[in-house]
Design a protein around this ligand. Structure first.
Ligand SMILES: [Zn+2]
Length: 127
């Protein structure tokens, strides 16, 4: 596929440089499961702004999934305090990046991320 001929799979931008995103590892360093439809779709093309947000969306999803497990009492990456700290910092960073973005993200709503940050604040992980 010609990288300038298509349109961004998220916002539909055309005539701009597009990047094929291949998301090899997730936020917790695990190999990305490309066969799992809930976490990955077939490789797509994104413009610069959306490819950045796509990475944020991926981390947001990973962290949300791990919080759900933690709250449910299952084994979670976030039960390790260093991973929990790292995830909290990343969510703060995502909130800041979305707030600073010129265009509203078609991929990730800043309100959702803010709610995730609130959830993180209610959880105490033993050090
Ligand atoms: Zn785009």
């Amino acid at each position: 596929m010609d990288s300038t001929a298509g349109s961004c799979n998220a916002c539909g931008a055309t005539g701009t440089a597009l990047m094929k995103l291949s998301l090899g590892k997730d936020f917790f360093g695990r190999i990305y499961d490309r066969l799992s439809p809930s976490t990955d779709q077939s490789p797509k093309w994104y413009c610069e702004g959306c490819s950045m947000q796509k990475n944020l969306q991926r981390d947001f999803r990973d962290i949300t999934a791990e919080i759900d497990k933690l709250v449910a009492g299952q084994t979670s990456q976030l039960s390790k305090s260093d991973e929990f700290q790292r995830a909290t910092l990343r969510v703060r960073e995502i909130v800041a990046l979305l707030d600073a973005a010129q265009n509203r993200s078609p991929l990730l709503a800043s309100g959702e991320v803010a709610r995730l940050l609130e959830r993180l604040k209610t959880i105490t992980v033993p050090a």
